[in-house]
Design a protein around this ligand. Structure first.
Ligand SMILES: *Cc1c(COP(=O)(O)O)cnc(C)c1O
Length: 354
């Protein structure tokens, strides 16, 4: 058998999740497909959402890839342009532009577009990464509106802690945003996935649904359930089986010793495929819908799982690394990271779209 690692992308689930996000947003949402649609394939995912109101990407290269593939909906560059030379290209491809700092504002003022730009003016309402400070925001808005280069200005901001239900930070960001935009004309956009799911006050205007599109909730595991369906199923196979006596070490560093006579399945997936090395002994995997666990360290191209209680399983058995039985969030928790990072990192798998 050739190397059996496979990422199966269920586009029906993607559509379902988009519609959940858009409904939460109250009717209007961008599908965030940056980073190759969080590792799922941006072109395929965008093509599977013909009724999406628009898409958001991180940079012009990602946007042009979508345009070249025939995507006609609006596409927003979430970080705007990095240099003035991109503006002409952005205009030609009818891209919407975030403006989040003085340099970009000056580029717009100095530009001579044939068709005025659609701008999303970003406020730093508390995250302190990108955006105009509230004290500078209205002046930036005025300059854009007066520039004659702009067709519309959507007022946006981004949350730092919307995935923390107990934090006051999100309510504070919403209040800062609302105070600052008071009376300014134009649409607004506040909510990422966590904002849409957990913060009703953030749901007005455009939603920006990212991780939820792919079926992973950004909220803590004990949060109220939400109707999302996993899009990626990362699968491989057992390609060898070992029988070990009690007390034997497995793998690099002998980090695990068999507590009993143990049947070990060797699976074609490792950290070079994007499976996190930090998710070692104890991380869940599933065979035919039955959960078992990794034992020992994850290697570059393989990992080892406990088959002792799965006598039916053997060479050729299919193993779900994450998907329907094992959520990517669970694996991320075992690795001390977040589903976003695991999904973006999948490499060397054969992708198929259903
Ligand atoms: C990535 C991103 C999103 C989507 O965030 P999720 O947490 O994946 O929903 C929304 N807005 C901005 C500005 C982003 O950069």
């Amino acid at each position: 058998m050739s190397r059996p690692l496979e990422a199966v992308i269920r586009l029906d689930n993607l559509r379902h999740n988009y519609h959940v996000g858009r409904a939460l947003a109250g009717g209007k949402a961008l599908a965030v497909v940056k980073a190759n649609a969080y590792g799922h394939g941006a072109v395929q995912c965008a093509a599977a959402l013909p009724d999406a109101d628009g898409f958001a990407v991180a940079c012009i290269e990602e946007a042009i890839e979508l345009r070249d593939a025939g995507v006609t909906q609006p596409i927003l560059l979430l970080e705007g342009v990095f240099e003035a030379s991109e503006l002409e290209l952005a205009e030609r491809h009818k891209l919407w532009l975030v403006v989040h700092h003085e340099g970009q504002l000056a580029m717009i003022e100095a530009a001579s577009p044939k068709t005025p730009y659609t701008i999303w003016l970003k406020m730093d309402s508390g995250m302190h990464r990108a955006g105009f400070a509230p004290s500078e925001y209205r002046a930036a808005h005025r300059r854009l509106a007066a520039s004659g280069k702009v067709e519309s200005i959507t007022m946006m901001s981004h949350f730092a802690r919307a995935d923390e239900p107990a934090s006051q930070a999100t309510s504070e960001q919403i209040a800062v945003f609302q105070d600052t935009v008071e009376g300014l004309p134009g649409d607004i956009s506040l909510a990422n996935s966590a904002g849409l799911i957990a913060w009703p006050a953030a749901r007005a205007g455009w939603g920006r649904a990212g991780i939820m599109l792919y079926g992973a909730s950004p909220m803590p595991a004990d949060s109220p359930a939400i109707d999302l369906k996993p899009v990626m199923q990362l699968k491989s196979k057992v390609f060898a089986v070992r029988e070990l006596a009690e007390g034997e070490p497995i793998g690099y560093g002998a980090s695990f010793h068999t507590p009993r006579p143990t049947r070990v399945g060797v699976v074609a997936c490792g950290y070079a495929d994007g499976y996190p090395r930090l998710a070692s002994t104890g991380s869940p995997v599933a065979i035919d819908g039955v959960r078992t666990r990794i034992i020992g360290r994850v290697s570059m191209d393989m990992l080892t799982i406990d088959l002792t209680d799965l006598p039916e399983a053997g060479v050729g058995s299919g193993v779900e690394l994450w998907g329907d039985t094992v959520s990517v969030n669970e694996v991320a928790a075992h690795a001390g990271t977040i589903a976003y990072e695991l999904l973006c990192n999948v490499k060397r798998a054969a992708f198929s779209y259903r």
